[in-house]
Design a protein around this ligand. Structure first.
Ligand code: FMN
Length: 152
């Protein structure tokens, strides 16, 4: 059974809608177990026991939200050598950009040595049905791939 951890932060609900859609897509994969956690509630153990990780953040001041940065800060040392090539995907809600948050997360993912397994979903402005569809696809892809063992 593939366990997918979805960690997100959302201040006004946009990233949360995306996270719910990622979870929906992942749950649609038979045998997948989905753990959906707000960044402040997610701990190292969640990361270590997950087969795949999806991280969702709003873009704040050209960067990831402070709460997502805090999750990375709290788990980095404990995750060393234990998350090598763990499948990883990102989704971002931005007012009109999103590139700063993406770049920062990609850099951090390199530090953890995660393996990015699918294109990021970046919403600019309102969360449309098209974006939710992309998020479901993102969730289904990481969960399906983990379930089939194609990333290892
Ligand atoms: C403090 C703050 C900083 C922001 N900085 C950016 C930014 O640098 N680039 C951008 O495109 N949007 C920026 N935004 C807009 C948010 O990314 C956008 O409203 C997003 O959808 C919020 O997601 P949430 O509803 O999950 O909190 C900022 C919003 C806030 C509150």
């Amino acid at each position: 059974m593939a366990k997918i951890l979805i960690v997100y932060h959302s201040q006004t609900g946009n990233t949360e809608k995306m996270a719910q859609a990622v979870a929906e897509g992942a749950r649609a994969i038979e045998g997948a177990e989905v753990i959906l956690k707000k960044a402040g509630d997610a701990v190292l153990e969640d990361l270590l026991t997950a087969d795949g990780l999806a991280v969702g953040t709003p873009e704040n001041f050209g960067y990831m939200s402070g709460m997502i940065k805090d999750f990375f800060d709290r788990t980095f040392y404990g995750a060393q050598e234990k998350v090598f090539r763990k499948p990883f995907v990102v989704f971002i809600s931005a007012g009109n950009d999103g590139t700063g948050a993406l770049k920062a997360i990609e850099r951090i993912a390199l530090g953890y040595k995660f393996k990015t397994v699918y294109e990021p979903v970046i919403a600019r402005g309102a969360i449309t049905e098209e974006i939710l569809m992309q998020c479901r696809e993102l969730g289904g892809t990481i969960a399906g791939g983990c379930q089939l063992g194609i990333y290892s």
